[in-house]
Design a protein around this ligand. Sequence first.
Ligand code: F0G
Length: 457
Amino acid sequence: MEFSTIFEPFRIHSVEPIRLTTPDERRAALEEAHFNLFSLRSRDVMIDLLTDSGTGAMSRDQWAAIQHGDESYAGSPSWELFKEAVQEMFPFRHVIPTHQGRAAEKILFAMLGGPDKVIPSNTHFDTTRANIEFTGAQAVDLVIDEGRDPASRHPFKGNLDPVKLERFLTEHGRDHVPVIMLTVTNNSGGGQPVSLQNIRDIRDISLAWGIPLFLDACRYAENAWFIRTREPGQGHREVSDIVREMASLADGMTMSAKKDPLGNIGGWLAMNDDELAAQARTLLVLTEGFPTYGGLAGRDLEALAVGIHESVSHDYLQYRIRSTAYVAESLADSGIPVVQPPGGHAVYIDAKAMLPHIPPLEYPGQALAVALYETGGVRGCEIGSVMFGRQPDGSEQASAMELVRLAIPRRTYTQSHMDYVIEVCQRVAEQATDLRGFRIVREPPALRHFTADFEPV
Ligand code: F0G
């Protein structure tokens, strides 16, 4: 017999208290944080949906594995276990452990970037873009048009547009494009998946041009689950098998193990090219550590080895993807515009559609994120003109979309937490016309969303 309720496929093993706050306390916290939600103390947040990165709950087996951690500087058995777990899923010749995803990006683009280079992707994540631009190279997003339309129901809105890519390569020439990146799932574009067919198509282009293809593969398991459930002919396959095929179509990958591998910290860079790997290990030793631990403790490597196996469990992924969709559907049913169809790790509210009276450069996403915190202590994250508006030449340009991301930590919150979040969103939607925009009063030269100070307009 089939039941319609899909419950959390775990029992709670240890609990973390949530401190309940009042609206007055939250208003004071906002003032003190200059209306930047990254500047809040997390003890002042009740439901923290700022990110799904490193915020998941580890399993009993991961905690047990931590006790096996061997902290040897070189050649630890924890490293062997980690490497085997990575290569079982991602069969690249070289695995280079890093403390998190951006460290892998830093090393990769230090080798491949430079002032005369342009690097395409479906959509570069903000740290990826920043690491590319830091080398003087240019980062270019070539997602399919549907990927920029929050209301489009395309099943794979994360796809990189093969026609745009061909045009791009013809325009810039092979010598200026050192690598093609593909982000799975496409985080900055709404957590949208990339189809296996698209990865195959991009692979063909990469081979034809002789340009390596690298996956930014943080959310590989969620992406593979979408392939299994949405792509014709894939429904019978094991997710682990789909992940291996995704990897086999690329020359390398960057990874933040704080996402699908269910770690609180970690990452890696992997590739087949021997020479590039040797160069990467040299850079690794400068800032991360010896090649058998990178920036990680032996116990972290152990926890990740277990997490990688758990990440492709069908029971887990069914619950994970369904619970995200539940939030998105409930919001949509109450008339709140969300990016459709819902992605894997987050629900994205379309702040431009919800707050049409706030101009893009008065940051409707920021206004909405602040209101969600003030109203209910829910912390989300603006993904719009605050995050992407400042251009490398110093000018400011409105972002294509003004979103607020409610990222859902893995295995951390229950359905009643999410029912509360839905209620908070509904309350804010009722007062939408009263919300005002923001101006930035202070900002750093790069990645301004993390530390900028705001003031209500
Ligand atoms: N690539 C993607 C697609 C990401 O989502 C992230 C991180 C990174 C790379 C960088 O990894 O944080 O381990 O250095 N995304 C987090 C987020 C921060 O909230 O989406 P990292």
